[in-house]
Design a protein around this ligand. Structure first.
Ligand code: PLP
Length: 716
């Protein structure tokens, strides 16, 4: 439904009557009309109701101030000013650029005016719809009949089957009609970058400040492989963030390249501080090249920006300093950085191109913007070979892309344009700031314990807070580099009692996993759970009610904890996993139990040590995978891993960072890696329902973790 806001004139009957007539004529044209009380009411209406598609007002009463205020909200919105013969019309150039139309008050003109408003509205809706999405809408509306795939034929096949109709009714007609074959020529081709698909890519590149953009329908997992496949030829050496996503490990398994690791720092809380400045220097790289068999000077580097915990790099520094011709920022978590000034200089696409270098940025459009799952983008700045790149692109792309996903990528871009887009991101930042202050306030008001937030003391202003040296009190990074890493305000890490930022374990504590379980039961899903911290993302979909729901969840946890409720009542889902074990247990018993287990194993020290010394690379991930394919692997218990070469990546959640890569051997020196893994496992052994999720290991029915390793008589 299209809504028109009408600011009714207040003074004169000769104005009232034409407006009344116009109202009826607009209804005929299919509009809903709304009469705001005053200018403030109108602005609030526009802000809260994106379906408002025009404003009708009296020029003598409101004129330019109102126009420019509306423009701040949505510069594309059509404005209709009513004038009389005496109205002054001192419209400047600026106003002429607005979508502003004038009509005279007159009787019996309503029908004609309503028709023109209909036309301008259609033009407005057309102008905000991006090219491929528009072509897809048009195609679906035309209802053409095809004899090609997909076999459901715009949904008709579903309607011939009882269960099929359930599916059809659930997803709706348009979802199925928009799922069309690549052979529909009107829509061009994703793989050839032609027609509306090409227009969409150009539109996206302009929107995100890139020179070229590619839409990818299989997630950033695929985008990362495409970039890596193009950027690093077989036999070459690449610099890889040790805190990389598993898709990059898979790239290393697929492609015969030699990784050299850039190792991130971490604090005692388990928060990744990013890769230190010194790791980017020529000396540091030269040393690692010399120590790595077959390695040569790296041709490409991959850096995760932001880190899992929401720390962004000063990317300008890395682009200028790191001596590699090709640089990839994996920005799966931050597809919004181009749209708020606080992120300037902290993203892959910010700034000018760097002579002699090509910069890539990959983003999961679906993760923090509005798009279907799998929606992802590759942005490029710098010179590259389009044809070769496209071979790498096609190598990983289905020949039957899902058009609703593609259109959702483009629409996500369209949503970020202009003032409406800026406002979306600004609102997320403000909402996160507000939430941060609320938790702070509750903490100050509480007479006993309350949750804390990982942030500096003063958070009055929206900004990315620097992790500066000398301010360890809040961030806990003893060796922080100046002007290097920054905390993104929308990534909110909540701290539970039990451990200081410096890693000192308190006498008592509340492991974060308990809070996560409690919130989960109330429908609040935590993004990541560390030993004493929980991560929440304030994406554009988080509204006030969701933020309030989280706050209420936290305060109710505290109340239930302080009352020392039974597990049976407070965490019924957990209770159900092992009623015998939890029968008489209360929440404080459980917290004390897990906390003392963590204390006993000295988790902070263990975690720091586990990452301080990397296991030894015996085979590259590619070589190891080849051995695995040939069957030269066997299965052993995790506890027996020392001295063996792991076949796969081992990655515990938390902290969500790989600790062993394929082809790596845990030596005596790197033994803490294994101790750390075993400690995580032991929590699950003692407390049912708290089993650690370890990717790369299989948990058996009887609670043992199995891993695959190179056979002892393996071909090394
Ligand atoms: C999630 C993620 C990916 C993969 O993105 P998908 O869109 O889920 O395939 C890649 N890199 C990082 C850093 C991620 O967090």
């Amino acid at each position: 439904m299209n809504i028109l806001a009408i600011m009714g004139p207040h003074q004169a009957y000769y104005k009232d009557e034409p407006i009344r007539e116009l109202d009826s004529a607009l209804q005929v044209q299919g509009f809903q009309t709304i009469y705001p009380r005053d200018a403030a009411d109108l602005l609030a209406l526009i802000e809260h109701n994106p379906r408002v598609c025009g404003v009708i007002f009296d020029w003598d009463e409101y004129s330019l101030d109102l126009c420019s205020e509306i423009n701040q909200l949505n510069e594309y919105l059509p404005l209709y000013a009513f004038i009389n013969t005496h109205s002054s019309l001192d419209v400047s150039i600026n106003e002429m650029r607005m979508a502003l139309w004038f009509f005279e008050y007159a009787l019996n003109a309503a029908e004609d005016i309503a028709q023109r408003i209909r036309q301008y509205t259609d033009e407005y809706l057309d102008s905000i719809t991006p090219p491929l999405t528009k072509a897809l809408f048009t195609y679906v509306k035309e209802g053409k009949y095809t004899f090609c795939t997909p076999g459901h034929m715009a949904g008709t096949a579903y309607q011939k089957s009882p269960v099929g109709t359930l599916f059809y009714d659930f997803f709706g007609a348009n979802t199925l009609k928009a799922d069309i074959s690549i052979s529909v020529t009107e829509l061009g081709s994703l793989l050839d970058h032609s027609g509306p698909h090409l227009e969409a890519e150009e539109y996206i590149a302009r929107t995100f400040g890139a020179e070229q953009s590619y839409m990818v329908t299989n997630g950033t997992s695929t985008s990362n492989k495409i970039v890596g496949m193009y950027a690093a030829p077989a036999g070459s050496t690449v610099l890889v963030d040790r805190n990389c996503h598993k898709s990059l490990t898979h790239l290393l398994m697929m492609s015969d390249i030699i990784p050299i690791w850039l190792t991130p720092t971490r604090n005692a809380l388990g928060i990744l501080g990013g890769i230190a400045k010194r790791e980017f220097t020529r000396d540091s790289i030269a040393l690692k090249v010399a120590q790595t068999p077959r390695a040569s000077w790296p041709v490409h580097a991959v850096i995760t920006n932001s880190t899992y915990d929401g720390l962004l790099y000063n990317t300008q520094y890395i682009k200028e300093t790191l001596d590699v011709p090709s640089l990839h920022f994996d920005s799966a978590w931050v597809p919004y950085t181009h749209f708020h000034p606080i992120y300037a200089g902290k993203s892959g696409m910010s700034g000018e191109r760097i002579p002699g270098k090509v910069i890539y940025e990959t983003q999961s459009t679906h993760k923090l913007l509005a798009a279907f799952s799998q929606a992802s983008l590759i942005h490029i700045k710098g010179d590259y070979d389009e044809q070769t790149f496209n071979e790498a692109y096609m190598m990983h792309t289905t020949t039957s892309p899902n058009y609703p996903i593609v259109a959702s990528i483009e629409t996500a871009a369209a949503m970020l344009r202009g003032n409406p887009g800026r406002r979306l991101i600004t609102r997320s930042v403000e909402r996160a700031l507000h939430f941060r202050r609320e938790v702070q306030r509750l903490r100050e008001e509480s007479d006993s314990w309350f949750f804390d937030i990982w942030q500096p003391d003063g958070i009055d202003e929206a900004m990315c807070w620097p992790i500066q040296p000398g301010e360890e009190d809040w961030h806990g990074f003893a060796d922080a580099d100046a002007d290097h890493m920054y905390l993104d305000p929308i990534k909110v890490t909540i701290l539970t009692p039990g451990m200081s930022e410096q890693g000192e374990m308190a006498q008592e504590g509340i492991p974060a996993a308990l809070v996560a379980r409690y919130l989960d039961q109330r429908g609040v899903v935590v993004e990541k759970t560390g030993p004493y911290n929980l991560l929440f993302l304030f994406s554009i979909g988080i509204d006030k009610t969701k933020a309030m729901g989280l706050l209420r969840g936290l305060t109710e946890f505290k109340r239930a904890y302080d009352l020392n409720l039974r597990i049976k009542n407070m965490l019924p889902d957990l209770y159900a996993e092992d009623p015998d074990f939890y029968r008489h247990m209360r929440i404080q018993d459980l917290a004390r139990g897990i906390h003392s287990l963590i204390r006993q194993h000295d988790l902070p020290r263990l975690m720091l040590q586990a990452f301080a010394r990397l296991p030894e690379m015996v085979l590259t991930p590619h070589q190891m995978f080849q051995q695995q394919v040939k069957g030269n692997v066997e299965t052993i218990e995790l506890g027996e891993l020392e001295g063996r070469v792991s076949a796969n990546m081992i990655l515990p959640y938390p902290p969500g960072v790989p600790v062993v890569m394929p082809g790596e051997r845990i030596t005596h020196d790197s033994r803490p890696v294994l101790d750390f893994l075993l400690m995580l496992c032991s929590i699950g052994v003692h407390y049912p329902g708290f089993e650690t999720d370890i990717h790369g290991a299989t948990l058996t029915e009887d609670g043992r973790y199995l891993v695959r390793v190179l056979r002892d008589d393996g071909i090394v």
